[in-house]
Design a protein around this ligand. Structure first.
Ligand SMILES: [Zn+2]
Ligand SMILES: [Zn+2]
Length: 54
């Protein structure tokens, strides 16, 4: 399910495309980033794709 995460210190997550509301966060008042992860890792697609198979 699509959700929105803050990439700042607060690691905030919202189901709506709002802005960060944590005043102590460096991204306060910045819009959250859309995320579609299903495992809560909030990794952007294409990022950390490679897995080391040893
Ligand atoms: Zn934040
Ligand atoms: Zn996510």
């Amino acid at each position: 399910m699509t959700h929105y995460v803050c990439k700042g210190e607060c690691k905030g997550v919202s189901e709506a495309p709002v802005s960060c509301g944590a005043e102590s966060c460096s991204l306060h008042n910045h819009p959250l980033v859309e995320c579609n992860c299903e495992d809560g890792s909030h990794k952007e697609e294409g990022e950390m794709k490679e897995e080391s198979a040893e």
